[in-house]
Structure formats: C-alpha cells, structure tokens
Design a protein around this ligand. Sequence first.
Ligand SMILES: *Cc1c(COP(=O)(O)O)cnc(C)c1O
Length: 512
Amino acid sequence: MTLNSATETREDFGSGVELALAAGNQLFNQRNVSRYADDVQQGVDLVANKISRTEKPFTGITPDGLAPLVEAVDLDSPIEDMPAALAELEELYLRDAVYFHDSKYAAHLNCPVVIPALVGEAILSAVNSSLDTWDQSAGATLIERRLIRWTADRLGLGAAADGVFTSGGSQSNLQALLIARNQAVATLRRDPTLRAARLPSLLGRLRIFTSDVSHFSIRKSASLLGLGYDAVLPVECDANQRMKPAALESAMAASAKRGEVPMAVVATAGTTDFGSFDPLPDLARLSREYRSWLHVDAAYGGGLMTSLRHRHLLDGTGEADSVTVDYHKTFFQPVSSSAVLVRDRTMLNHVTYHADYLNPESAAREDIPNQVDKSLQTTRRFDALKLWLTLRTLGADGIGVLLDEAIDLAHHAGRMFAADPGFELAAPVQLSTLVFRYCPDGLDGDAADAVNLHIRRTLASSGEAMIAGTKSGGRHYLKLTLLNAETTLGDVREILGMIRRAGDDYLAGGTR
Ligand SMILES: *Cc1c(COP(=O)(O)O)cnc(C)c1O
C-alpha cells in the first residue's frame, strides 16, 4: 500500500487499519528483521557509493543555495519507500555535506572515523540501550565502566578514579566544573556562619583560573554554573601559548588577597588552536598550594594516551582532580563520544540525585550499577560501544599509530610553512595544528587581515580544501588541523598553493 498524503488517509476511514499495518511493518522487531537488514544496507550502500565518488571535502554550497530544497519538503506527505527517501536525502544532504575523511579537510577538530566504530554505531542504535540504569542496559553499563577504568589507568589517575561518558568536551568540562564548584561550596560551608547560606549567596567569591587560549566552554560553564563569565580569570601564556606558571601564581595570590576563593585551575592538554600543553606539574603544585581543584581539559590531547611516541606530552595529567577526554577527536570515533573522569570517585556524588522511579537509594545500597548516579544526562547513548569495538579490533596501538602519523605530518607541514617567506607561523607546531598567515613582503596590519580572511572564504567556496580561521594577538590567522593519517605532505603542499593563489589574486585586485 502507498500513502500519498495525510489528507487522503484521513478521508478514507477504512485506511486507518492499513495505515497501522504499514506503520507496524516499520517497527524494528523479530518479524521485520529482513526489512531492517535490507533498508539499513541501502543506507550503507548510499554512503559507500557517495564516499567512493567524493573528490573534495565540500561543494562550497551556501545556506541560501541549500535552504530552499529543504524548505520545499512537505513533512506531512511521506514518500513511498526507502529508495525514494534516500534519493531525496542524497540531494538535500549527502551531495553537499562536508567530508572529514577527505585528505584536504583540515579545518576543525573533526577526525576521519574508523570502521569498527561505525559497526558499533549501527549496533548501539539498533539495540538502543540507555545507559542511565542497569535495567535499561545490562552489559552496556559494564562495558562503559571498563572503558572508563581503561582511560583512567592510561591517564594514571589511580585506583579510586571513576567517570562517565558524555556528549562531548563541553559537557565534560561543565560537569567537572560543577563538581569543582560544589566541592568549593562544601569547603566554604565548613565555616559555621555560612553553613546555612543558600547556594547562590556563596558563588560570588569563586574564581576559575585558565589560560587565555583555553576552550570557550570553560567560560560558558562558569556562566551556566551561576558564576558569570567574569569569574574566569585569564592567565597569560608564553610565546608557545602555554600558561605561564609565574603568571598563574601572581593571579592566584592577587585573587586570594581580594578574599576570593580559587574554585579551579583549568589546564589545557592540547589547546584547540595551537595544540599547546600547559605545564601540568607546575600547575598541579600551585593548585595544591592554593587548595584549588585542578581540571585538565584534554579534549584534544587525550588521544596521546594511545600514542607510541608522544605520550609524554600528557605527563602530569595523573595529578589532576578531573580530566576531559574527547574520543571523537583524537581516537577517530564518530560524534559523539567523550568522557569526564575524576581522581576520587566520591566526587561524582555531587551530581547524584535519587529518583524513586529510576534509581532509588535502595538500588545504590544494593550496589546496582546505575550510571545515571554519575551523569548530568538521564537517557544516554551507548557511545562507549564504538570505542570498545575499536580497541578490540584496531587496538590502542592502532589508534596511536594513526595519531602519530598526523602529528608527524603537522611537524613536516610546519617546517614547510616556516621555510616559505610568504608565511608566518603564530606558534611552533605542538600537536597537529598549524596557525599561520599569508603575509608576503612583510604585509601587515589590516591589509594582512583582509587577505587572510579572503583566502579562507575563497577556499571554502571552492570546496577544494577546508581550512579554519582564528585570531591571535587581535589579528586574523589561518589554521590547519591535521588528524588524517592518509593526508600527505603533497596534499598540504597543494593547500599551500591554493592559499598563495587566492592571496595573490586578492592582492593583485583580481577577485575582490
Ligand atoms: C573541542 C574542544 C572542547 C569541546 O569539545 P566538544 O566535544 O566540541 O564539546 C573542549 N576543549 C578543548 C580543548 C577542545 O579542543
């Protein structure tokens, strides 16, 4: 049977039964497994076909070019079958999507993904376990716990560590800072005059110290936690964009003198733009001295725990009170997959709430593993399965090799750009990003800003290569984020050529 429009079915009373039958055929169950396998296979074939024909990361489509097609779809009139729906989707989405696997995709922290993780993704969405409680997940909960244990061990967080998967680094940072905030408040409440104070009245003195190139989610978290953006005190960096311990020390001393409470020091292990690593041992020492929580944001650098040659960059992470790791960045996992870890598992009690219908206190007493006790989310995907299948097939060393290749490429690329007099690097390559600008003949100031902005726009609209832009010292820079082990120095050389051509055209007044 076919359903051409909602109106038709509404007019024909008898077709209500048919409609229910047809809809029932779409339910994933024992009766419909062959339809499931066929339809999913069609989706897989569509993607496989598309990927095999993709020759550049993007088509350069604009929102104005694409929006009318999406707007024209009548969502109240389903089309007949999966092949037709997939053909429509090809036009609306796949044709113009941005392809991170392409060797000239070098913009943001999006990695190419590994195949075992895609198998995991297919399984986890079909079985559809929810990781809030044992009675909605069973083995999935145990697998997630094993992976948290594995991650904590690799980071050297110790036997009392624990954590939970999250939707991403921003959520991991928020949860870590929520715990740090509640821990600081608990300390304040030891003062008898503050014991009965309401929470909001205790937040005004709390401060967070982080470098001026840390991720914006730290500031956003401060705002969400009721502290306000200005509770985050930015600490100066050295020329390599690493937090200066002396600057942190004087910022903490000045803050203490003003009667403020050092809620947290947030160190970054792999800053988003520069891939720089804050000096963790120094920051750990200062955090202890001022009785502050130490959070390490290793959303980007965390993958180094699998690296065979660069793992030392994470040295000192084991001293943190909490750590953010994004598997969907440097572990080659599909979005989303992240975790927040704490050195002392009892700290997760700060996010525990017992609901009678879901995770009553009696369940905790019986040691039933209900992950919702540790999470900001309730219903939650079994994202851990993707990492599990990756570790069980490719293995941790396999992840590490892919990451090491990308890091090597970035260092080679850095030397290539540094040797070219037309380019200026904002900082040396430290992980797998390259921040630079095109400034031939000492071009400077507003003129350099204009040409680099133009270059980025030109490349994005051609779609031949995707690069990012950022600011450093108030000036516009370009950025390459290299996470693809299959990208070659030849690819980077081609991107450099495109940048130079776009820049020279602009400077010659050609394409304004
Ligand atoms: C990407 C990134 C984040 C945010 O992670 P999402 O997964 O995008 O939410 C946080 N911190 C750093 C250093 C990052 O690079």
